[in-house]
Design a protein around this ligand. Structure first.
Ligand SMILES: Nc1ncnc2c1ncn2[C@@H]1O[C@H](COP(=O)(O)OP(=O)(O)O)[C@@H](O)[C@H]1O
Ligand SMILES: N[C@@H](CC(=O)OP(=O)(O)O)C(=O)O
Length: 464
């Protein structure tokens, strides 16, 4: 089958969104085409908000990228600094401030100031973001008029951060003579579920993104600068986001889509550390991790990586390197499929806060079968995912996974509903605002880890 025909077929499938993710064999054609041309775009470099927080930082990041002339990277950027938080805070204020006060919202003015100053300091044209800034103010006015901020509107609102940072950075690269092209992820095939604020990437994304980025590169090579964090809902066709920190997932998705050699995520720390440096400043970099370890770590609360971001990298078997954009020479952390575990004992300690716990006890079920099945079918019916579970014959203690919700807190209404349903079969105790401390270590040596961390006098040696 000719290359062109193959792409036409894939495009038809992508357009027909309802069927798109069911046609796995078509994806293979897409990957083969990319493989034929391997060696062109070589890696992904993702820079988080702290790495592109100002004009100076953008200059440094540009120097860093151009300091690897042998690479032909795809660049993925987050919003500048704390822009996403500011957009959300601005949106919340707009709900209650009244239409006439929108232009005075502090957060709107801070965002305008930051982006216009950056544009001016980098010497690029203000016109690349002026329309977006106007559209942002109009959106906030719309929110003020409606007096509501839905999750769909939230996603549209926060998209301005990445849409502006990528436009500014691509314009700057062009200005200094490194030909670059800006892309909005939602326009190049990032197709997601319609779960606003926490959408999942659908399979149809991979061939669509590969086709667009690879096709443009072959026709007219220019460094692609892609918005992290954003997608397009497959039913709604509206802008979606991949959950907080979702630009890591954008990067690994592009890495897999194009079958690239390496995915680099550049942060403001020396890689993945032994624990959160905000809790223990003595945390040290972990040189090597497996995809599974990194996924566990992210899932159980290490803010450094998006919980879903390891999946595409693992599926594509593409190494992920976590590096410090402030200290590019630091070795960082290399995440791969396997590593030498012979010396590994305890790799990292992770804290997950604001966890909701349920103690479910039913003595009526003693000696009966089906208790666990009944409990879990309630969670299934209510669409709530369970995190950690400990069971005995008549009781279950479990924690609920808050990661599917923007605020990382289950909303009270949902909890009341769960408890109401469970109380039909058991006595239920709800414990909120708990924490989980997870030890990510070598499972083969778990007894040694427990012996060292929890000596039998009952005193934990954990120092957190
Ligand atoms: N185990 C950990 N290792 C490294 N950083 C961690 C860890 N746990 C929490 N962090 C925090 O994660 C931050 C980096 O993640 P994030 O802010 O999402 O980066 P970026 O915005 O640059 O992508 C660090 O500044 C650090 O404060
Ligand atoms: N800007 C988004 C997406 C993101 O990935 O950001 P960062 O890379 O700065 O964590 C957020 O703040 O969630």
């Amino acid at each position: 089958m000719g290359k062109r025909n193959a792409f036409v077929k894939i495009e038809l499938r992508v357009r027909c969104e309802r069927q798109a993710f069911a046609v796995v064999e078509k994806l293979e054609i897409g990957f083969k085409i990319v493989e034929e041309n391997a060696g062109q775009l070589s890696c992904v470099m993702k820079f988080g908000g702290s790495s592109v927080a100002s004009a100076d930082r953008m200059r440094e990041v540009a120097d860093l990228i151009l300091g690897f002339p042998e690479e032909r990277p795809v660049i993925v950027l987050s919003a500048m600094g704390k822009t996403t938080n500011k957009l959300l805070q601005g949106g919340e204020k707009a709900v209650s401030c009244g239409v006439s006060k929108v232009s005075a919202i502090d957060e709107l003015n801070v965002i305008k100031e930051l982006h216009l100053t950056t544009v001016d300091e980098l010497g690029v044209d203000r016109s690349i973001i002026s329309e977006l800034l106007e559209e942002l103010e109009q959106l906030l006015t719309g929110i003020a008029l409606m007096k509501e901020l839905t999750t769909r509107t939230k996603d549209y609102l926060v998209s301005f951060g990445e849409r502006m940072s990528t436009r500014i950075f691509a314009a700057y690269l062009n200005k200094i003579g490194a030909k670059a092209r800006q892309y909005d992820a939602f326009d190049i095939g990032f197709i997601t579920t319609d779960e606003f604020t926490n959408a999942d990437i659908l399979e149809a994304t991979y061939p669509a993104v590969a086709k667009r980025l690879h096709g443009d590169w072959v026709n007219d090579p220019a460094i692609p600068v892609v918005t992290g964090f954003l997608g397009k809902g497959w039913k709604s066709c509206a802008i979606t986001t991949l959950g907080r920190g979702g630009s890591d997932l954008t990067a690994t998705t592009i890495g897999k889509a194009l079958g690239l050699r390496e995915i680099q995520v550049w942060k403001d720390v020396d890689g993945v550390l032994t624990c959160d440096p905000n809790i223990y400043p003595g945390a040290e970099p972990v040189p090597y991790l497996t995809f599974d370890e990194a996924a566990e770590l992210a899932y159980f609360g290490a803010q450094v990586l998006h919980p879903q971001s390891m999946r595409p990298a693992r599926e594509g078997d593409i190494p992920v390197r976590v590096k410090n954009s402030y200290k590019p020479k630091a070795p960082g952390t290399l995440i791969t499929k396997a590593r030498d575990m012979s010396e590994a004992v305890l790799t990292s300690i992770v804290l997950k806060r604001n966890v909701t716990m349920l103690d479910i006890v039913s003595t009526r079920m003693l000696g009966q079968f089906g208790f666990l099945a009944k409990v879990f079918s309630i969670f299934e019916d209510l669409g709530i995912s369970v995190d950690v579970v400990a069971t005995s014959e008549v009781s279950i203690s479990l924690t609920l996974d808050p990661s599917k919700l923007w605020s990382r807190d289950l909303i009270q209404q949902e909890l009341d509903h769960v408890v109401e349903e469970l109380e039909k079969i058991a006595v239920v105790k709800l414990l909120q605002h708990r924490s989980i401390i997870s030890l990510i270590g070598n499972v083969q040596r778990s007894s040694l880890i427990l012996e060292k961390d929890f000596p039998f006098d009952g005193c934990s040696t954990l120092n957190m």
